[in-house]
Design a protein around this ligand. Structure first.
Ligand code: SF4
Ligand code: SF4
Length: 99
C-alpha cells in the first residue's frame, strides 16, 4: 500500500474538516503492457517498494520476470498467463497484474 501522510487542517468542533493527503514519496512505477498467453496484460512494478527478494522471479511459472539491479523487471510479457502468483506472493505489494 502507498505510504500517505494525512494532514487535517482548519478543524473546529462543528465545522467541516479539510483533509489533505500528501504522498510521502513519489512512486516510481515501471509499467509493461502487451499481449500475454491469455490476452492483454499490464504488469506494474513499484520500484520504491521492491526490496529485491526475488520471490516473484522464482515462483513465476512462465519466467516472465527477472532481477535487474536488485529490482524485479518484466523480461517477456508474451509468456504471462495472468495467474497473479507474483502479485499474491510479493510481501511488499510491489507488483500488480491487470488486464
Ligand atoms: S516479490 Fe515483490 S519485493 Fe520481491 S522482488 Fe518481486 S516485486 Fe520485488
Ligand atoms: S501473472 Fe503469473 S505468469 Fe504473469 S508474471 Fe505474474 S507469476 Fe508470472
Amino acid at each position: 500500500m502507498p505510504e500517505e501522510t494525512i494532514i487535517i487542517t482548519n478543524y473546529k468542533a462543528c465545522d467541516s474538516i479539510e483533509a489533505e493527503i500528501k504522498p510521502k514519496n513519489k512512486l516510481n512505477i515501471k509499467t509493461v503492457s502487451g499481449m500475454g498467453k491469455k490476452g492483454k496484460v499490464t504488469i506494474d512494478v513499484i520500484v520504491n517498494y521492491c526490496k529485491g527478494c526475488e520471490i516473484c522471479v522464482y515462483f513465476c511459472p512462465e519466467k516472465v520476470l527477472a532481477m535487474k539491479k536488485e529490482i524485479a523487471e518484466v523480461i517477456d510479457i508474451s509468456k504471462c498467463t495472468k495467474c497473479n502468483i507474483c502479485e499474491i506472493l510479493c510481501p511488499d505489494f510491489a507488483i500488480t497484474v491487470e488486464e
